[in-house]
Design a protein around this ligand. Structure first.
Ligand code: SF4
Ligand code: SF4
Length: 187
């Protein structure tokens, strides 16, 4: 699939959307590549973080959102610390994920969006993570039901994982917080 450089209008609109969500200006990037050189998970990405910022500058939205990079980013902020232009690229990666989700674009084979949904579902229900539920749901949803099954007895024995979920005192307060964040994100 070919992707063209977008019109000036599309580029500006996209840059504004990113800025509104992240508070960061993509136009400041001058492509030095320091973010890519320091990114600890760049080896697993299909495009480097600096290439992704370039796609954003050029308004190549589809290409950017079909990339595995935005889902592989671990939000470690190494790029943000290294950037000589003071760009918080980790925040921009968050913005790309939010925009991709809004558009319903999830690249094939990416389990990060699945993980996000199941993780948040657990937090909404119990106010904290139920690890056993997360692992089993993620394995089933990603078509690998027996992944890491051999580790289960060890983790149970060491008390690292439980069959029965634990709840915080007031899961409703946590749910209200999540709703507020969702409202803010949708503005
Ligand atoms: S380090 Fe900053 S200026 Fe350099 S390519 Fe990355 S985002 Fe752009
Ligand atoms: S925040 Fe993401 S893009 Fe930046 S260095 Fe960490 S993993 Fe790489």
């Amino acid at each position: 699939m070919k992707y063209a450089i977008a019109s000036e209008k599309v580029r500006r609109t996209f840059a504004k959307q990113i800025e509104k969500i992240s508070g960061e200006r993509i136009s400041l990037c001058y492509q030095c590549g320091k973010c890519s050189a320091g990114c600890p998970v760049a080896y697993a990405m299909d495009y480097l973080p600096s290439q992704i910022t370039r796609f954003a500058q050029l308004g190549m939205v589809e290409k950017l959102m079909q990339s595995s990079t935005i889902w592989i980013c671990a939000s470690c902020k190494t790029c943000s610390v290294r950037c000589p232009r003071g760009i918080e690229l980790a925040k921009i990666m968050d913005a790309f994920r939010i925009l991709a989700k809004r558009r319903g674009i999830v690249p094939k084979g990416q389990i990060a969006p699945l993980f996000d949904g199941i993780f948040l579902g657990s937090i909404e229900k119990y106010g904290r993570l139920h690890e056993m539920g997360l692992i089993s749901k993620l394995n089933i949803a990603s078509g690998r039901p027996f992944k890491d099954l051999s580790l289960l007895p060890i983790m149970l024995r060491k008390g690292k994982i439980r069959f029965v979920p634990e709840k915080v005192n007031s899961p409703r307060e946590v749910r209200n917080l999540i709703r507020k964040v969702e409202e803010l994100e949708s503005k």
